[in-house]
Design a protein around this ligand. Structure first.
Ligand code: ZN
Ligand code: ZN
Length: 124
């Protein structure tokens, strides 16, 4: 049997919280499903604290706004965030208690607003 306390965060990290820069919600960094979150479950905004291009810590620190949904190879959803200051893009896995209304709204937006007329499909 493997020791499952060696996985996952230590006890002190379990109480880590951050305050959402957009809606002010105090968020537990450890989601109920034991995954780490870096975006707010209510408004899905994040903060640019990680440099996704070069790796490591980013000096930016600006708000990252949710832009759209990406479906990973595993079938899981991820939120595409874009930094409101430096415009860096990042993918963050969706957590179980993320705001499903906002997720669905982002997921259907391209279908609801196609850049071409849907009538073309009627001729196929
Ligand atoms: Zn928020
Ligand atoms: Zn940034």
């Amino acid at each position: 049997m493997s020791d499952n306390t060696s996985h996952g965060p230590s006890a002190s990290l379990r109480t880590d919280t951050f305050t959402c820069v957009r809606c002010g919600l105090v968020v537990a960094a450890l989601a109920p499903d034991n995954s780490w979150r870096n975006h707010c479950p209510s408004c899905l905004n994040s903060r640019h604290t990680h440099d996704h291009v070069d790796g490591g810590v980013s000096e930016c620190g600006a708000r990252m706004a949710p832009l759209s949904i990406a479906v990973l190879r595993t079938g899981e959803w991820a939120v595409v965030h874009r930094c409101t200051r430096c415009h860096e893009l990042a993918l963050h896995p969706v957590c179980g208690d993320d705001n499903q209304l906002i997720l669905m709204r982002m997921a259907v937006r391209p279908l609801a607003e196609p850049p071409f007329p849907l009538e073309v499909f009627g001729d196929l």
